[in-house]
Design a protein around this ligand. Structure first.
Ligand SMILES: [Zn+2]
Length: 308
């Protein structure tokens, strides 16, 4: 099953009380019943009682730190978007070009910092762990900003820009070298007329174990998610008693893959996202706005928490 391309799109909006304005009383009632709550006081009550909190984060959290996605309007590296370079076929065809793209992204990330959303999550985890409560972050982001902010229990479902995997022996290694290899030094210019550096494959990053060609340890388009990580995600979602969806919508991938099973158990799901999405009443809370603004007060110390 190709989970990477899983998406529910915006199916929910199509069935959501029709798309007409709520003109009749009946439609209005339906709208009110289906609408998730945006009451912070109610959320805080659920938060105060939660023992195992799962936080699913998406591109929106990284965007607030100025991390480009190379997707959508204006999202180009040279003349390509991520979906053209982040594929096994592109790497097989031109490993030098794909490595230039990832080298550029790695170097760029070294100048980016966690924003208040990352920090609020990391501080919450540290504080709650002293109370015997747990926080796990399940992220599609590959930029390691959660790690930089101090998050310890982290499941990176799409891998990391700062990990490599050997295409011969499969060894996965953390790698924060800058540049990752001498041949890439000063390469990776993003402007549309920059030429391919055409680095010989033997000069690209190589495995220290077997000298095989390394690739970024990220999930590319057309590839499936790592089954060990998925098993861990399932385990966490089975025990969580509160689920936050941050910087993405609970009705689009990746949260759409996970959040419905959580709310099917009757567990509260709270969405923190820029757009107000027409989530169904399966999702209990929605808070609109930049998550760097909405999340810190949501995860701050609750008055019932005992300070140790
Ligand atoms: Zn190897």
């Amino acid at each position: 099953m190709n989970l990477f391309h899983f998406t529910t799109r915006r199916l929910v909006s199509q069935v959501y009380c029709g798309l007409k304005p709520a003109s009749s009383k009946k439609q209005r009632t339906c709208f009110e019943m289906a609408r998730p709550s945006s009451s912070m006081a109610d959320f805080r009550e659920v938060f105060a009682k939660a023992k195992h909190i799962a936080i699913i984060t998406g591109a929106g959290v990284s965007a607030e730190s100025g991390v480009p996605t190379f997707r959508g309007a204006g999202g180009y590296w040279r003349k390509w978007q991520a979906q053209e370079l982040a594929t096994p076929e592109a790497f097989a065809r031109n490993p030098s070009r794909v490595w230039e793209f990832y080298h550029y992204r790695r170097e760029l990330m070294m100048s980016k910092h966690p924003n208040p959303a990352h920090t609020a999550i990391a501080e919450c985890e540290a504080r709650l762990s002293k109370q015997g409560r747990s926080v796990v972050v399940i992220t599609q982001n590959i930029d390691e900003l959660h790690r930089k902010a101090g998050t310890r229990h982290l499941l990176e479902i799409h891998g990391s820009l700062f990990k490599t995997r050997c295409t011969s022996c499969g060894t996965v290694t953390a790698n924060h070298k800058s540049p990752i290899c001498p041949a890439l030094d000063g390469k990776g210019a993003p402007d549309p007329d920059a030429e391919d550096s055409q680095i010989p494959v033997e000069d690209l990053p190589r495995c220290e174990e077997c000298n095989g060609l390394l690739r970024p340890h990220v999930v590319w388009f057309g590839e499936t998610l790592d089954s060990d990580i998925l098993t861990e995600v399932e385990k966490e979602l089975e025990i969580c008693d509160l689920c936050l969806v941050v910087g993405t919508s609970s009705i689009v991938y990746p949260a759409a893959m996970f959040a419905p099973q959580v709310s099917a158990r009757g567990v509260a799901v709270a969405e923190f996202n820029m757009q107000s999405t027409p989530a169904t009443d399966r999702f209990r809370f929605h808070f609109s706005g930049p998550c760097g603004t909405t999340l810190p007060p949501a995860l701050a110390r609750h008055e019932t928490e005992i300070i140790s």
